[in-house]
Design a protein around this ligand. Structure first.
Ligand code: NAD
Length: 434
């Protein structure tokens, strides 16, 4: 029996031992889906606090209910550990560790390399390894494959290696890990085949592609598409502002066109672990072939300007009331990078707060999902009562959480700068829109 046949049997009978390295926003939901499908799952993370929480039946990812973790702990289908030696008996392993940027906007591959070194130390015949972390095209074949083949095992025969981009959208109630189509590409046809078979046991739709490079590029196309269209619409917002035109009304009317237009919305800047970061993985890689990713650089420039534009708006709105920004109390409503989630990674709210403070404003914030933040590596600021909106000279809506009482806000606040059109349909001279 070949290794492929052996692993196929284990996968189809759901006796394959599944491992997930990195139990964050991506890895934990994935681990739970495979446990839901009946596989025994071991989650491995370097943070013992996360591992302890999970083993105590407590989820820290809002899309994963604690009772799902508890159910799988009780049935024995899930356990978490910091011990990588478990990889020795694991049949499949998904790597979902962070891929941030360095300060220079170059990829920081240190987490992927550290996880891959652990896999390389325990790789054995019949193992399937799938990288899910977003990365530059070529990572799986150029970086991982040599690490895994260095002791003589051959990909596609002895072990199997794929890339499958993670497309999870935290906080999205309609699309979650289980029903987001899963693209998968292997370093050989056999790798793609077994990777597709594996995902099809737990997820609703699998989309095989011809190589790991294609699979890596799919994710970068998706995120670059969003980043550039957001950059375009942010630039439209700047243009509309200069002409006294309501950009939100323009977009809504344009979106009535039944073909050839897809609405994107302006805002205070990009946030999250994907859209502001991933396109720079692509531009870094293409630079090596002498191709400049001009759309990416331009959209990055416009998007990173938006927090400055928001702060100018606050300053102008206060000045119109004969108040200087310096010494004024500005309350930031919402600091998560998007609505109804608790994630502040790369959130534009952090830049807005930093810039407001730099210009001398006294800044407070409230966010029901975020208790404290650290701005520009400085002191930690605690979330204050939402009722501070009454005392503030200006409230800036940076994140439009559904839970906020917008009618109360319009009633009580003295001045509101709305960067998300959260107050759509409400008219008041105290509302200033982006
Ligand atoms: N969060 C999203 O919405 C999203 C969506 C699509 C793709 N992605 C991509 O998925 C990857 C993971 O993102 P995330 O949001 O889950 O990150 P995360 O920070 O929430 O989770 C990553 C986890 O990996 C752990 N970790 C770090 N180094 C490790 C190592 N060497 N071994 C084991 N564990 C390690 C961390 O402790 C953390 O728990 C990134 O490449 C990201 O770009 C994220």
């Amino acid at each position: 029996m070949t290794m492929q046949q052996l692993l196929t049997e284990k996968i189809v009978s759901r006796t394959a031992e599944v491992g997930v390295i990195g139990l964050g926003y991506v890895g934990l939901p994935l681990a739970v889906e495979f446990a839901n499908a009946g596989f025994p799952v071991t989650g491995i993370d370097v943070q013992s606090s996360k591992v302890d929480k999970l083993n105590a039946g407590c989820s820290y990812v809002s899309d994963v209910p604690s009772n799902a973790v508890q159910r799988h702990l009780t049935s024995g289908r899930f356990r978490a550990t910091t011990d990588f030696s478990s990889l020795a008996t694991i049949d499949t392993v998904n790597i979902a560790v962070p891929t941030p940027l360095r300060k220079t906007k170059d990829p920081d591959m240190s987490y992927v390399v550290a996880a891959a070194e652990q896999v390389a130390a325990h790789i054995h015949p019949g193992m399937l390894v799938i990288l899910e972390s977003t990365t530059y095209p070529g990572t799986t074949e150029e970086l991982l494959l040599p690490m895994f083949e260095k002791n003589g095992l051959k990909a596609g025969e002895d072990f199997f290696l794929c890339f499958s981009p993670e497309r999870v959208d935290p906080g999205n109630p309609t699309y979650q890990t289980v029903n987001i189509p899963k693209v998968v590409g292997g370093v050989t046809a056999a790798c793609t085949e077994i990777g597709s078979l594996f995902y099809s046991q737990a997820l609703q739709k699998v989309v095989p592609v011809s190589s790991t490079g294609v699979a890596e590029m799919v994710k970068l196309l998706e995120n670059t598409f969003r980043m550039i269209n957001i950059g375009l619409v942010n630039e439209m917002a700047l243009m509309c502002d200069s002409m006294g035109i309501n950009v939100w009304e323009v977009i809504d009317a344009a979106a009535t066109k039944p073909f050839g237009f897809m609405p994107f919305y302006p805002g205070p800047g990009l946030g999250g672990h994907c859209i502001p970061i991933d396109p720079f993985y692509l531009s870094w890689k293409t630079k090596q072939s002498g191709i400049e990713a001009r759309f990416i650089e331009l959209a990055g420039y416009i998007n990173s300007h938006m927090p400055h534009f928001v702060v100018d708006k606050v300053q102008n709105a206060l000045n119109d009331q004969s108040k200087p920004l310096r010494g004024s109390h500005v309350h930031v409503l919402g600091v998560a990078y998007k609505r109804d989630i608790d994630d502040v990674r790369e959130s534009p709210a952090l830049d807005v707060i930093h810039l407001l403070r730099k210009r001398g404003a006294r800044v407070t914030f409230s966010d029901p999902y975020v208790h404290s933040i650290r701005v520009n590596g400085g002191d930690s600021i605690e979330s204050s009562e939402e009722t501070l909106r009454r005392d503030a000279d200006c409230v800036v809506i940076v994140t439009d959480h559904a839970i906020f009482d917008y009618d109360g806000l319009v009633r009580e606040a003295r001045l509101i700068v709305d960067t998300r059109n959260a107050l759509s349909g409400r008219n008041s001279p105290k509302i200033v829109r982006l």
